[in-house]
Design a protein around this ligand. Structure first.
Ligand SMILES: [Zn+2]
Length: 507
């Protein structure tokens, strides 16, 4: 079963209980409540419920009359968990016979949510270091739960109140309003620190950012969106990113969304964009890497992954990101109130076209068309097709803009992406597969990878974007960072090479 879409499963019984200060044990089993006609009875993972019971007990515990019921409840939950573990162990044993998985992964599977890539992750998660990450993933989910419990408690939404100002932060609880709110007031600046924002929002940067931007643009009102459905959809998207990926995780999606917002604000583009363009641009940015397995397409093809055959070895990942997003859109019913032609035929297709444009193997195709348009000066942004093309370009730029950020942010992204590449390289080495370019930790250094990436992919595209914006202040800032960062990586590579030569000489 899919979880709540609120980051973790949220049992609304808990919120009711906390609001009324009534005994805690009864309401956990109360019937589901509804909000706006939509059921909010969403499952709380048994593990987290157990933790919650333990915390309550430590804090002084329930009254004597409640204690026996509490202990019965905890025992019942334990039994459920044990049954679940047994079930998973049975599945693990079954899979082991299939040669794909060995026993002892029950803990990993417990920590995993519904995902399409258990095979790859489980290989990676074998080492003790990775097990630590699974634990930290669980901690992260517990933190999100606590955040959303406070959200349920304080939310204007569940109290039936509509936020008064378009940009108000009704998704954040009071503890975080100050700092995260202050950051959101500067969301359009290029030095926005998405890592800090993610910490301030307890790992909910993508949901919070998207809701804020939808409010800023008035998209909720324009498309008559149901806030509960929107929140559920965004929660699903955020949760379907793999938090154990060093790079392709929900923070990357939030970062791309923030960059996309900066590009949508570019005067050359902003004046011409329709609400639908903005809606699609933000949605595509938020979901463009959803359920990314942390390995690239060639890896999926050479390991004969089922997605590679499903999408016939072409834009495998991007098609999966798109179709997953469409699945979540339909499951959440976010657009179900619109005429079917609008969302089924038009919106979904346009969303797909934007997400598919992020396929790096199509970089030259887009670059050449973009250059041609600029040379011929024939871009007419009154035309929907030309605006769509520019949204594709903007999303591509947002996706690879890390080297255009200030050094401190840029360096972190570079290290993360290389870490993900190296993990793939380690897997390839382990399974006697040819190691992919840039994935060999022993041969491909971070500075060397970054210099290649900047020179062949980032620079050519951003030079054209610079021309398109004629150039804007933001474009000038980005190019300034890009050149400085490239120079920094060159110095680091030089230092590294000199050190290696010195060491070799001494040997
Ligand atoms: Zn991406």
């Amino acid at each position: 079963m899919r979880d709540s879409g609120l980051g973790v499963g949220v049992d609304v019984g808990v919120c009711q209980d906390e609001a009324s200060h009534s005994p805690v044990w009864g309401p956990l089993r109360t019937p589901p409540v509804t909000c706006g006609g939509l059921s909010l009875a969403l499952e709380l993972p048994a593990l987290i419920r157990q933790l919650r019971a333990a915390w309550r007990a430590r804090r002084g515990g329930p009254r004597e009359s409640e204690r026996s019921e509490a202990s019965r409840w905890v025992e019942a939950e334990k039994e459920e968990v044990e049954e679940g573990k047994q079930d998973i162990e049975d599945r693990s044993t079954h899979l082991e016979a299939d040669g794909r998985l060995n026993a002892g992964h029950a803990g990993v599977l417990l920590a995993e949510r519904r995902g399409s890539y258990p095979l790859i992750d489980l290989h990676i998660l074998k080492t003790s270091a990775q097990q630590g990450e699974v634990e930290s993933g669980t901690r992260r989910k517990v933190k999100r739960l606590l955040s959303f419990q406070r959200y349920c408690h304080a939310s204007r939404l569940l109290r039936g109140l509509v936020p008064h100002t378009p940009g108000s932060l009704h998704l954040l609880d009071d503890d975080y309003l100050g700092q995260a709110g202050h950051m959101l007031s500067k969301v359009g600046t290029w030095n926005f620190d998405i890592f800090l924002f993610d910490r301030l929002t307890n790992g909910n940067s993508l949901v919070t950012l998207m809701c804020h931007l939808f409010n800023v643009y008035g998209l909720i009102h324009h498309f008559q969106l149901d806030m509960v459905k929107l929140h559920r959809f965004l929660g699903m998207v955020q949760e379907d990113y793999h938090s154990q990926n060093p790079y392709h995780n929900a923070v990357h999606a939030a970062d791309v969304t923030q960059a996309m917002y900066c590009y949508l604000k570019e005067p050359k583009l902003a004046e011409q964009l329709s609400p639908l363009d903005v809606f699609l641009g933000l949605m595509a940015a938020a979901s463009h890497d959803v359920d990314h397995p942390g390995v690239n397409q060639p890896f999926l093809i050479k390991t004969r992954h089922h997605l590679a055959s499903l999408y016939q070895n072409t834009s495998v990942l991007e098609r999966h990101h798109w179709r997953s997003t469409v699945g979540m859109l339909r499951e959440s019913g976010l657009l179900s109130h619109l005429p079917i032609f609008d969302w089924d035929t038009d919106m979904e297709q346009q969303l797909g076209s934007l997400i598919l444009a992020t396929d790096i193997s199509r970089q030259n195709e887009f670059l050449l068309t973009f250059r041609e348009h600029l040379d011929n000066q024939d871009l007419d942004l009154q035309l929907a097709s030309h605006r769509h093309f520019m949204l594709q370009i903007a999303l591509k730029c947002a996706d690879i803009c890390n080297p255009c950020r200030a050094w401190e942010l840029s360096r972190q992204w570079s290290e993360r992406v290389c870490e993900e590449f190296y993990r793939q390289g380690d897997l390839e080495r382990k399974f006697d597969l040819e190691i992919s370019p840039m994935c060999n930790q022993q041969a491909d250094s971070v500075p060397a990878n970054q210099i290649g990436f900047i020179s062949y992919i980032v620079e050519p595209l951003f030079e054209e974007w610079y021309r398109f914006t004629e150039p804007s202040l933001l474009s000038q800032t980005m190019m300034g960072h890009l050149h400085k960062n490239k120079a920094c990586w060159s110095r680091l590579r030089y230092a590294q090479t000199s050190l290696e030569t010195q060491t070799e000489g001494q040997v």
